[in-house]
Design a protein. Sequence first.
Length: 99
Amino acid sequence: MIIVTGTVRATAETLDEIVAESVAHVSRSRLEPGCVAHHVYRDVEEPLRLFFYEEWADRPALDAHFRVPDSGRFVEAVTALAAERPTISIRELPAEGPD
């Protein structure tokens, strides 16, 4: 399984637009093959910061997600609206073997 996390910091002026873009992106992504979970959260300590959490079945599913044109448009739109460059982290969990 692949775990993806990310953050984006908005400005007071861009927060609503980034939230709308993020919710639309999360909703689309959940329908993609191999998407196990896809969420966006608002940071209660930093209200202008959004946190993304994703789980993908495997690397090919994640790679296919990155190739979806709407995913690229989402990254471009949010990056243009963000107060600073968004972050992303990708971690692969070891496959679970038989007990």
